[in-house]
Design a protein around this ligand. Sequence first.
Ligand SMILES: Nc1nc2c(c(=O)[nH]1)N[C@H]1C(S)=C(S)[C@@H](COP(=O)(O)OP(=O)(O)OC[C@H]3O[C@@H](n4cnc5c(=O)[nH]c(N)nc54)[C@H](O)[C@@H]3O)O[C@H]1N2
Ligand SMILES: Nc1nc2c(c(=O)[nH]1)N[C@H]1C(S)=C(S)[C@@H](COP(=O)(O)OP(=O)(O)OC[C@H]3O[C@@H](n4cnc5c(=O)[nH]c(N)nc54)[C@H](O)[C@@H]3O)O[C@H]1N2
Ligand code: SF4
Ligand SMILES: [Mo]
Length: 672
Amino acid sequence: MTRKIKRSVCPYDCPDACGLLIEVVDGKAIKVTGDPDHPFTRSTLCPKMNRYQETVHSPLRLTRPLLRTGEKGTAQFHPISWEEAIDRIVNHWQGIIKRSGAEAILPYSYAGTMGLIQRNAGHPFFYRMGASRLERTICSPAKEAGWQAVMGNTPAPHPDEVAESDLVILWGINAVATNIHFLHGVKIARKKGAKVWLIDTYKTLTSSVVDQTYIVRPGSDGALALGLMHLLVRHSLIDNDFLAAHVQGFEELKEKILPDFPPEKVSRLTGLSPETLESTAKAYGKAKAPLIRLGSGLSRYGNGAMNVRTIVCLPALVGAYGKRGAGCFTGTSTAEAFAMSEVFREDFMKGKTRIVNMNRIGWALNEIQNPPIQSLYVYSSNPAAVAPDQNQVLKGLAREDLFTVVHERFLTDTARYADMVLPATSSLEQSDLYRSYGTYCIQRAKPVIPPVGESKPNWDVFCLLARAMGFDEPFFHQTADDLIDHLLSLPAPMRNGIDLKAFSTGKAVEIPLPSDARIRFRTPSGKVELLNPKQSHPLPLYIPPYGGDEPFYLMAAPSFYALNSSFRERADLLKKERGMLLKMNPADAEGKGFKEGDPVIAFNWLGEVSFVLSVTPDVPQGVVVAEGVWWLEHSPGPRSVNALTSQRLTDQAHGSTFYDNTVDVRPDQREL
Ligand SMILES: Nc1nc2c(c(=O)[nH]1)N[C@H]1C(S)=C(S)[C@@H](COP(=O)(O)OP(=O)(O)OC[C@H]3O[C@@H](n4cnc5c(=O)[nH]c(N)nc54)[C@H](O)[C@@H]3O)O[C@H]1N2
Ligand SMILES: Nc1nc2c(c(=O)[nH]1)N[C@H]1C(S)=C(S)[C@@H](COP(=O)(O)OP(=O)(O)OC[C@H]3O[C@@H](n4cnc5c(=O)[nH]c(N)nc54)[C@H](O)[C@@H]3O)O[C@H]1N2
Ligand code: SF4
Ligand SMILES: [Mo]
């Protein structure tokens, strides 16, 4: 028996990017714990990853390439060899390219793994092929756009600085579920006397770790921020020195926009009382180091970018951007840590090809002509479950004339519609390089166990496909480790000063932040830009969300025990959830004649979805909550939550609008 402890990295789409210690016995991972040497993980993992070995060695892992034998969606397959699989795919594609051109082929991928090499392994291949390009904006590009409109490329402070704050505002983030290690610093701040607030549309798990929860109307945060700024000005709680030295456009904002947002009006828009707005503004204005930790929830609306932009303006009024432990933390940008153009290889593209937005895949599969999409290659993503407008997505995936290949670890809803399924390795079986969007850590990971079954990493599959397609660039003849070595050999100023020795032994290391980051604003003017002349609205203002005609706003929020549609293979985690619930306020339930546990159907113009009703005062009237993206096989009916979310995009950056939908609810007669 050989027993070893090896280092790895959590590959999931989570800002924490934890360091892992894997106990390996005879080539099998038997235990996974948090790396005590990782600066942010500090030995603890979330409940999802504590037993990661059960995902890695799950009996549900795909182990061989599969070829469809039955109707699409029925998951009838028989195993074939890798050789046959690659041959069939390439023959099919060459036929399509000859008939219609390579733009008839579309890759679809997102963040199954965050590792820079495996995540982006398909980019060079599909650029070289001349396939249609995917605009990968399902997560939170509107949040980035909102931040950039005010702060440009200014880096966020170190996340642990929160420990120095005296007022922490968790704004639109369910940190207990989605950013648990950030709460370490919050706890320290609280012990020192800091107050912690949560601003959300319902009482999430996070409300149990804060002093005060503010429940706002969906999509109204921009109005809240403008209302708070109005009161800060009215009560002279602004930092005139900071505004004069470091802020552009305060006078214009004060004269032209803020007068329109008195507490009475903001109360009508947000649902918070004028008294609450007064006391909130005063507490914020008097805090010495107020820090906003901004989530992405409120950016997934028709007014998402503007909501974020308006909130990002708020700390400028009180000079918080100039102080330690204060300001606004939206996430870290570590894009410059590695020369990513060497991974993407956009230069392989001979001409600019068609771009398809991933949030509109339902539309694209059913409507696009010239040429229609004839083949879809899905990897590291599960669009049948996670993409909006599930009815359109499934209709598209069911097309007999669409050749769909899905490279996956599990037989997901998308894999069930595939013509061919390829087995993917898990992160423990592949090399990769990681950075984080919630910390300044970077880390390199080597495989710690051999591939399960015949599974292969994304990188290896694209190399096989490239060679079979006759792409003879040496790029496609290297290993993932060759490419990582190449990246590390290229200088990047951002990596200057890292602990190279620790990094080379597989430990996480931190990128040092510039010492003048605090007051050097990386905007065209060098100032915080409340007024940004490049924006179509030069000053922030209030735009209403899309909304809808139905009586309930639907919060399609994350689940504590899953990560988007990942972890649904885990019986232990599924057992901890009480099923696919729709949470509703007691008064609303009574009005509808519903009681706890009733089977119900939520419906709107896009579709209908069966849920089990959960009646709870945690949800305000006029809102219903559906946490988690469930696989259809675990859903009470034939559809899951995204049959109720639309393909409409955000006000900027073409993002998703998962929260900006309304529904009505009726009894589920099928069960009665
Ligand atoms: N356990 C778990 N962890 C995850 C994920 C998961 O699914 N489960 N997903 C991962 C991914 S891909 C991402 S992008 C991040 C998600 O992280 P984020 O999107 O940054 O934040 P969330 O924690 O999902 O919280 C979004 C919160 O916004 C709230 N919200 C919705 N609308 C509004 C609004 O109008 N105003 C306000 N104030 N709040 C609003 C929702 O109720 C929800 O609680 O988490 C990652 N981590
Ligand atoms: N209703 C609702 N819908 C949402 C959200 C929500 O909160 N509510 N969140 C949205 C957000 S923020 C995001 S980012 C998207 C996320 O959408 P996705 O990135 O598609 O997320 P997952 O559902 O985690 O699916 C990832 C898939 O990749 C597979 N995978 C993991 N590692 C590898 C690998 O190395 N190779 C290959 N080939 N496959 C791998 C996993 O098995 C998994 O099935 O979902 C969005 N959809
Ligand atoms: S908290 Fe996030 S990064 Fe850490 S183990 Fe859990 S999912 Fe992975
Ligand atoms: Mo995301």
